[in-house]
Design a protein. Structure first.
Length: 98
């Protein structure tokens, strides 16, 4: 989501697809070489995009799947409230996880 008024973007990342270090992510046992290359590539692109956006003055938030799903999930109103507070805060980054 892009919020030009706040100079901010919010990514919502799936823990599996972006290799998040949480209880929802596990490396697949089948086709392991394929999945390691695929997920590692996603993680590298995520880092590159974060650097590109911040170098252009954008603020970046990442809401991880585990923040809204799984045993450590947060109430959805808390997730929304923390994102809204971050947008207004001017803080450069937010990493919201369960």
């Amino acid at each position: 989501m892009v919020f030009p008024k706040y100079g901010a973007v919010i990514f919502v990342h799936g823990c599996f697809w972006h290799g998040h270090d949480c209880h929802l992510f596990k490396w697949p046992k089948s086709r392991s070489v394929f999945w390691r290359e695929k997920i590692s590539g996603n993680m590298n692109r995520d880092r590159e995009q974060l650097l590109e956006l911040t170098s252009r003055g954008w603020r970046v938030a990442t809401v991880w799947e585990c923040a809204v799903r799984g045993r450590l999930r947060l109430p959805i109103d808390e997730v929304a409230g923390r994102c809204a507070a971050w947008l207004r805060s001017g803080e450069p980054e937010l990493d919201l996880r369960g």
